[in-house]
Ligand binder design. Structure first.
Ligand code: PLP
Length: 449
């Protein structure tokens, strides 16, 4: 085991507010919010440490510092929910119910919508899939979480067209063809960052008597969404992509289908009464939340959403749009790189860019970015295999994604390292194993845990 005192000491030193402020001043566009990994230094091959550049936010985001502080604050009160008679239990119950109200308010839920807490987006969409009383139409550009739960004959997949406008037309035709209960779409592609026109999709679904569900795993942490204003009937999201990585998510939406559906989890808390030969299931959120909920994850989500509100939608938009433009401008100037797109006319995109290389392996490039430059990205097909295979010309892409903790310096370091690796190749030797590319000799120390 390698001694790691110095790793911890480095992290502590560089996370000092004074060091943060000084670093922010030196950068043209600093982070919008403080994340717990701000100024984290990571070891690189051959020795030494560099400031970590986290461009894998679309996969999972570190906690906001305010969220981590909130978790530490509430942990001493952690106790059983709903049934406890002690003071901590009552505070824990209040925390969960206050979080439910915060989520509802933040996303502009209607008064009679349910906010069901789940593990993540995948869980939320599986819950909804078990409640849909009819056919579901889905686009082929979805993450597997919004493709696989709608199974069998009740799922109809529409292949998106080269433009958003044409895609809306084919969806219109599909919805007119046969009765459809639900149209379900991603709010923004996790491969290209392209944002779909939610209001128009809601109007389209409603015109055909269908409802609209939105997979907001990517959208919600980066753009403000309102169910009431946009007409979305159901929305699913994950805490870990919204800077609250403590294992909770949510499904929010209309109560009638959820009340009529079988309990998603059978167990305590979901029932009015039980006899050996009969069960009376509850209605409302309790019906689908059997067992002990993830109180800490739920509290973390509410704190993160509150923090977004404090930062302000306009500031978040300005910050992310400026960095996104910088990233795309830099990628356009790179030789041998093609940015993957789903639509020719998508004029709005989140801070996500997936590239393909004319030559060479994106997996090797991603490994070298991490091991030699301290830059985290992701290589693969991003759990959107049908879409990736349709729009990409290579087997795998490399995705860089940013968020509230990102800075112009992060983007610039990524672009510089990418250019160097494409031109000269990695400085170290790598091998390809079942888990992908890794350094042949990895001398980086590991943290004590
Ligand atoms: C668009 C989209 N939907 C759903 C998911 C699944 O999210 P989770 O793993 O939190 O269930 C992801 C994760 O990457 C995603 O990007």
């Amino acid at each position: 085991m390698i001694a790691t005192e110095s790793t911890a000491a480095r992290i502590a030193r560089t996370s000092e507010p004074a060091a943060m402020a000084e670093a922010a001043e030196q950068r043209p566009l600093g982070p919008l919010a403080r994340l717990v990994d701000a100024e984290l230094e990571v070891p690189v091959l051959g020795g030494g440490f560099v400031r970590h550049v986290n461009l894998d936010i679309a996969a999972s985001a570190p906690a906001l510092a305010a969220v981590a502080a909130h978790v530490a604050e509430v942990l001493p009160y952690y106790a059983s929910v709903h049934r406890g008679t002690g003071y901590p239990s009552q505070q824990t119950t209040a925390l969960v119910e206050a979080a439910r109200a915060t989520v509802a308010r933040h996303i502009g839920a209607r008064d009679d919508d349910l906010v069901v807490f789940t593990r993540n987006t995948t869980d939320a969409l599986n819950l909804l899939a078990a409640a849909v009383p009819g056919d579901t139409v889905v686009l082929d550009l979805e993450h597997h979480a919004n493709l696989l739960p709608w199974r069998g004959g009740a799922r109809r997949v529409v292949v998106a067209r080269p433009t958003v406008t044409e895609t809306l037309e084919v969806l219109d035709a599909e919805l007119a063809r046969r009765p459809v209960a639900l149209l379900t779409v991603t709010g923004a592609s996790n491969v290209t960052g392209e944002v779909l026109p939610i209001d128009r999709l809601a109007a389209l679904a409603h015109a055909h008597g269908a409802r609209l569900a939105v997979d907001a795993a990517q959208l919600l942490p980066h753009r403000r969404v309102s169910l009431e204003a946009s007409g979305i009937d159901y929305l699913a999201f994950s805490g870990h992509k919204a800077y609250a990585p403590f294992g909770a998510g949510a499904l929010i939406g209309r109560a009638d289908w959820l009340d009529a559906a079988p309990a998603y989890l059978a167990g305590g808390g979901a029932v009015e009464s039980v006899a050996l030969d009969r069960v009376a299931w509850k209605q409302g959120v309790a019906r689908h939340e059997a067992g002990t909920p993830n109180v800490i994850g739920i509290a973390a989500i509410a704190r993160a959403l509150g923090e977004f509100e404090r930062l302000g939608d306009a500031a978040r938009d300005r910050h992310e749009r400026a960095l996104t433009e910088r990233l795309h401008a830099g990628l356009a100037a790179q030789r041998g790189v093609r940015v993957v797109r789903g639509f020719d006319d998508a004029d709005d995109r989140l801070g996500i860019a997936t590239i393909e290389l004319e030559r060479g392996s994106v997996g090797l490039l991603a490994a070298a970015l991490g091991a030699e430059h301290g830059i985290s990205v992701r290589a693969g097909r991003f759990c959107a295999h049908p879409f990736f295979e349709r729009v990409a010309s290579r087997a795998n892409g490399l995705r860089a994604s940013l968020g509230a903790g990102s800075s112009a310096d992060d983007v610039d370091r990524f672009l510089a390292a990418l250019g160097r690796l494409i031109a000269d190749g990695p400085a170290h030797a790598y091998d390809r194993g079942p888990e992908g590319w890794h350094p042949l000799a990895d001398d980086r120390p590991r943290p004590a845990f």
